[in-house]
Write a protein that binds this ligand. Structure first.
Ligand SMILES: O=C(O)C1=C[C@@H](OP(=O)(O)O)[C@@H](O)[C@H](O)C1
Ligand SMILES: C=C(OP(=O)(O)O)C(=O)O
Length: 422
């Protein structure tokens, strides 16, 4: 039976301070680097959610030791990686794209599978690239098998990464351990989510790896050791966006403590987006504080670099005045679900007026009425439904539990934020 979560309506302006768990993208990169490093690593304040637990389980099954520290940290002891092993990717893009190169560096047979929707996500580009770099792989999408020999030749490979920046990040993260490192060249329509590749490059450099990213669409990683990590994981700024949106749509004020002054996380772009929509946005020693206006202004915006913010921005746009145009996000059709179709269907199901374009969405704000809001196993669809429910009575979010992909207790955090105001 479908489980429906009655999204709470805000009784008034939402006022709260909301601490956020760690970044998914940083945690899963750190786990991969730590498992390939030259000594034991410590990760403080990692995200503990489905995507990161799946990454940790997979690395454990390959031989790494990952243990819980008393303060919620993760200690990672690398080891010689070996199969046979079975990797469950769930619906995590980071697991299905970052781990095949790691598996190619292990010995033995390593089989990969995931959720039914994961089998539809683009992946063949990574597997073909690994074959070109010397790996033995059977299959072109989930499920597939890597037959590791303990090392990989590496070298130069040209790929089309227009469907996902994770194709590039996955190859770069393991590349210091390839015999000849790697040079990845992109050829095709523009690569989405470039800040996520910058995050990969920055984390490799922090671990002492030499990376040349000076030429557009080309990344070179030199072979060499990966130094053990001793790292504090930043709060997840993309997961912060539904909470900040709560302030924006209710004329309230929400503070997220620990917002980094400088970051490679694309979620930082929410500051500019909310300011453009008329919110007051302040970053100071308390963190990031967003205060909503009486009415949000529509936006015309290219989200290619920050596509994972789209469900939040679409919910904001549906509650703003006038027409918004979200562009540059055709690749969202290969995310957890086809997010353009899902947002169009569900917003129109509430009485909205939304249409897909070739590379985005046109959203005309209309008075909305409550109805079932389907999540399509997509955590960010579920949180978008929660944002809408603050202002639209009767929004029933199907499968809110899917938020556990990247947030351990979203309904609890949402209720805590609303306190007496729901
Ligand atoms: O590398 C990462 O951690 C991510 C890269 C992006 O993927 P795409 O480039 O496929 O959009 C982003 O949307 C995803 O949530 C996380
Ligand atoms: C696209 C996303 O996830 P994934 O890492 O599974 O690609 C996301 O979190 O919005």
């Amino acid at each position: 039976m479908t489980q429906l979560w009655p999204a709470p309506v805000a009784a008034g302006a939402v006022r709260a301070t909301v601490p956020l768990p760690g970044s998914k993208s940083i945690t899963n990169r750190a786990l991969v680097l730590a498992a390939l490093a030259d000594g034991p690593s410590a990760l403080r304040a990692p995200l503990r959610s489905r995507d990161t637990e799946l990454m940790a389980s997979a690395l454990r099954s390959l031989g790494a030791t990952i243990t819980d520290g008393p303060d919620g940290s993760w200690q990672v002891d690398p080891a010689d990686l070996r199969g046979p092993a079975e990797v469950d990717c769930g619906l995590a893009g980071t697991v299905m794209r970052f781990l095949p190169p790691v598996a190619a560096l292990a010995t033995g047979r390593i089989s990969f599978d995931g959720d039914p929707q994961a089998r539809k996500r683009p992946l063949g580009t990574v597997l073909d690239a690994l074959r070109e770099l010397g790996a033995d792989i059977t299959g072109g999408s989930l499920p597939f098998e890597v037959h590791g020999t303990g090392n990989l030749h590496g070298g130069t490979v040209t790929i089309d990464a227009s469907a996902s920046s994770q194709f590039v990040s996955g190859l770069l993260l393991s590349a210091p351990r390839f015999d000849h490192g790697v040079t990845v060249r992109h050829s095709g329509s523009p690569v989405p989510s470039l800040p996520h590749i910058e995050m990969t490059v920055a984390m490799l450099r922090d671990a002492g790896v030499v990376v040349d990213a000076s030429q557009r669409n080309t990344w070179r990683v030199e072979p060499g050791k990966i130094s053990a990590l001793d790292a504090d994981v930043e709060p997840d700024l993309s997961n912060a966006t539904p909470f900040l949106a709560a302030a924006a749509v209710t004329g309230g004020s929400v503070t997220v403590p620990g917002w980094p002054a400088r970051t490679t996380q694309p979620g930082d772009a929410i500051r500019e987006i909310l300011a453009q929509m008329g919110a007051d946005v302040r970053l100071d020693s308390d963190g990031l504080t967003v205060t909503g206006p009486d009415e949000l202004a529509p936006v015309d915006i290219d989200l290619r670099a920050v596509g994972e913010l789209t469900p939040t921005v679409a919910a904001l746009a549906a509650l703003a005045s006038g027409r918004s145009h979200l562009r540059g996000i055709a690749h969202l059709r290969g995310h957890e679900t086809d997010r353009l179709a899902a947002l169009e269907n569900e917003l129109n199901g509430l009485g909205g007026q939304v249409q897909q374009t070739e590379d985005g969405l046109i959203i005309d704000a209309r008075p909305l009425t409550g109805a079932e809001w389907r999540s399509y196993a997509d955590h960010r669809m579920a949180t978008a439904g929660a944002i809408l429910g603050l202002k639209v009575p009767g929004v029933m979010v199907e499968d809110v539990a899917t938020t556990s992909k990247t947030i351990p207790d979203f309904p609890g955090m949402w209720a805590a934020m609303l306190g007496d105001s729901a």
